[in-house]
Design a protein around this ligand. Sequence first.
Ligand code: ZN
Length: 214
Amino acid sequence: MRAPNLSWDHCCTPKEEGGLGIKALKIWNKALVGKYIWWLANKKDHLWVRWVNHVYMKGIHCSSYSPPLDCIWTWKKIAHTMVTFKQAYHNDQWLDTDKAYSVFDGYHWLRQKRSKVSWRHVCWNSLNVPKWSFIFWAAQLQRLLTRDRMAHMGFGQETVCFLCNSDDESHMHLFYSCQFSTRKIVDDVISKFWDRKTNVISSRDKAWILSIKG
Ligand SMILES: [Zn+2]
C-alpha cells in the first residue's frame, strides 16, 4: 500500500491529535538546546555556563543578548534559539511556574498544537493490530487511495466503485454506503468481533452496524 498523501508535520503530531506520534527531530533538537538556555537563564553553576559567560555573554542577560558576527555557528544557533525561548521565560521562570524546564515540556511548547480527535481511542487501542490502526487512521483523514482521490490527483479517470459499480468510490461510499463492502464488513469482520469489541466501537458505528444488521 502506498503511503497516504499527508504532510510530515501532521504525521509528527501526537496520536490523540490525529497524527502518528512520530517525534519531530528538528523540534526535539531545539527543545534539547532549550536545556542550555534554561541553564543560562538560571545561571546554573556549570562549567559550560561559566565558559559561555566568560567568552560570549559577559554578564549580559539572555533576553537582551545578540551574538557577535564572528562567533562560531554552534553558538549562533544557540543564541538564535534563545530568541525563540524568550517568550516562554518571564523573570527567568519557565512558563510562569516554579517547575524546572524539561525537554519534554519544551518540545510540546514548541510544536504546533492541534485539537484532539474523537476517534483516537477507536484507532489506537491494544485490541487493534497495527495494520488496522493505520488503515483506520488514513481513512479517518480521508487519505486512502480511493478512486475519486486517484482521479483528482491525475491517476486515471475511473471513479466508479469497483465493488458495486453504482457510485463513486469515496471514503464515505466505501465505509458507509457501498452495498458490497458494508455487507462484507458486517458478515466477515465486524460480526466476528461484535461481542468482545462492543466497548471500543463508537456509538455512531454501533448505530450504523445495527442498521446494516437489520
Ligand atoms: Zn461500492
